[in-house]
Design a protein around this ligand. Structure first.
Ligand SMILES: Cc1cc2nc3c(=O)[nH]c(=O)nc-3n(C[C@H](O)[C@H](O)[C@H](O)COP(=O)(O)OP(=O)(O)OC[C@H]3O[C@@H](n4cnc5c(N)ncnc54)[C@H](O)[C@@H]3O)c2cc1C
Length: 466
């Protein structure tokens, strides 16, 4: 980058909000994929006008720009694979307004998701999207990735709560999408276009979110089964009768990984666990809990049903569920984590496919995740320093994706495409659809400065299959 350009950028944000030091560049170089690409410069803007002026320069000089929230993305979205500049949004961390009467929150993108959830709770309100990373990921990153979490089965995902956005376009223009009201159909739905756009279409600088009343009561249940097919059938039957706010699943291998953290000893032959919650008013939850237990007890294949006796036991069950991912590294040092989705009735076929791949390719593969919406995390464990394992893991990923598409599913339910799935885009989308998406990118970012190389394979060597 030219010195003159660096000086212009310094003038915009001030000398304390720009850095080219190796330490700061390193801090902006990674994300949840554990890969690293150094940018040339990191900026910490604090106003939309600053971002607009930065983008004017980037657009004119064709400098690659990557927006960065907490850097917890799992597909490489925040990696500056083309160098250039990183816009770190840590200073955009204000909750501008919580409108209790109209049940909305207006926030800046750098607000941590868990912070917003805790804050709206003080007003008796609820922001349901709950990625497991909520303690550190940002609302901006959630919107850009279309993040979801366990509560999606009842409450939906980030997309369902975004009413409107302020966005700085690639050439520096500032636009406003959506409405504050509950209804609004004036013009195209640009809000939905930006949700899940992975920082490739604009920099989101303000977000209007929909809130709902905080549920008063919650109960947690554990169901242990001796058959995957039973587990999948049960998921469908439960969802026909009840509206759980979470319905999570662990396969045999996942159970084994966290067996010592479960508040019971899994017996030989345990094939699947469902972890589920009911929420609502105290009366509705009590009634539904009785009905649920009546329904579950005696179901063929169900070997144990347990209702958490209190919040501590409930937390212990969730702690075991959350421990699966980190504990998996005791099996192998590296992980390819795929967040594929299939129709929920097809979960057994997906798990069977994963088990067959593991056996044939001598890999450890396990499945867990959001059974209620069919979003299953398939984790391929490997040691990347072993070329054979790496090759086998890539084969497993390719064949898994093929099977997911055959089963009527999608390659990503919440993590996005980034660089780790871009090479597989055409497995799911036909060429006309990809061309339409590329045309949108071209219209909004004609010089290709915003997160180039993400979603679409653009630069040779930049998009990896792992
Ligand atoms: C332990 C762990 C658990 C996780 N669990 C879940 C889960 O349950 N569900 C789930 O969906 N994800 C999960 N994730 C993935 C990740 O947390 C989400 O994708 C999250 O939305 C990323 O937020 P972030 O602030 O870290 O964004 P970053 O990683 O910084 O950025 C992600 C993408 O968003 C873009 N971006 C960020 N801010 C903006 C902005 N203001 N304007 C435009 N583009 C922007 C970036 O350029 C990048 O493309 C998990 C990750 C980890 C490490």
């Amino acid at each position: 980058m030219k010195n003159q350009t660096l000086c212009q950028l310094r003038d915009i944000v001030g000398p304390e909000n720009i850095s080219t030091s190796q330490a700061e560049l390193a801090c902006a170089s990674y994300d949840g994929t554990a890969r690293e690409y150094l940018p040339e410069v990191v900026l910490w803007p604090s106003t939309v006008e600053q971002i607009s002026r930065i983008m004017v320069i980037a657009h004119q000089e064709r400098i690659p720009v990557v927006a960065r929230g907490a850097g917890s993305g799992m597909t490489g979205g925040a990696l500056p694979i083309m160098g250039g500049l990183v816009l770190a949004l840590a200073k955009f961390n204000r909750i501008i307004e919580i409108d209790q009467a109209n049940q909305t929150a207006t926030v800046e993108p750098g607000v941590v998701t868990g912070t917003l959830q805790a804050e709206v709770k003080r007003y008796g309100l609820f922001y349901p999207p709950d990625p497991a990373s909520h303690k550190f990921c940002t609302i901006g990153g959630n919107v850009a990735e279309g993040a979801g979490g366990p509560s999606a089965v009842k409450y939906g995902v980030t997309r369902d709560y975004v009413k409107g956005l302020e966005v700085v376009l690639a050439d520096g223009r500032i636009i406003h999408t959506g409405v504050q009201t509950d209804k609004g159909v004036v013009g195209y739905d640009l809000t939905r276009l930006f949700v899940g756009s992975e920082g490739t279409l604009g920099i989101i600088t303000k977000i209007i979110l929909r809130l709902i009343p905080q549920p008063k009561s919650k109960q947690t249940f554990l169901v242990v089964m001796d058959s995957m097919a039973v587990a999948a059938a049960l998921v469908s039957q439960i969802l026909c009768r009840f509206t759980p706010c979470t319905l999570e699943f662990m396969d045999r291998t996942a159970i084994g990984i966290v067996a010592d953290q479960l508040p019971f000893e899994p017996t030989v032959g345990t094939e699947a666990i469902l972890l589920m919650e009911l929420d609502g008013t105290a009366i509705s939850v009590a009634t539904e809990s009785t009905d649920l237990l009546d329904f579950l007890v005696g179901q063929p294949g169900v070997t144990l049903v347990r209702q958490a006796s209190d919040a501590t036991e409930s937390e212990a069950l969730w702690a075991a569920r959350r421990a699966i991912s980190p504990a998996a590294f005791s099996l192998r040092p590296h992980k390819m984590g795929e967040d594929v989705v299939v129709p929920r009735t097809k979960i057994p076929e997906l798990v069977t496919c994963a088990e067959a791949l593991a056996q044939e390719l001598q890999l450890v593969i396990f499945c867990f995740g959001h059974a209620g919406d069919g979003n299953i995390h398939v984790n391929i464990m490997l040691d990347r320093s072993d070329p054979l394992q790496l090759r086998h893991a890539e084969t497993a990923k390719q064949r898994l994706f093929k099977r997911v598409i055959e089963l009527g599913g999608t390659l990503s339910g919440e993590h996005g495409v980034g660089i780790t799935k871009s090479a597989y885009l055409s497995m799911e989308l036909d060429s006309s659809t990809i061309e339409t998406m590329r045309a949108i990118k071209q219209a909004l970012d004609p010089t290709g400065v915003l997160n180039l190389g993400k979603i679409f394979v653009t630069a040779p060597g930049a998009n990896h299959s792992k």
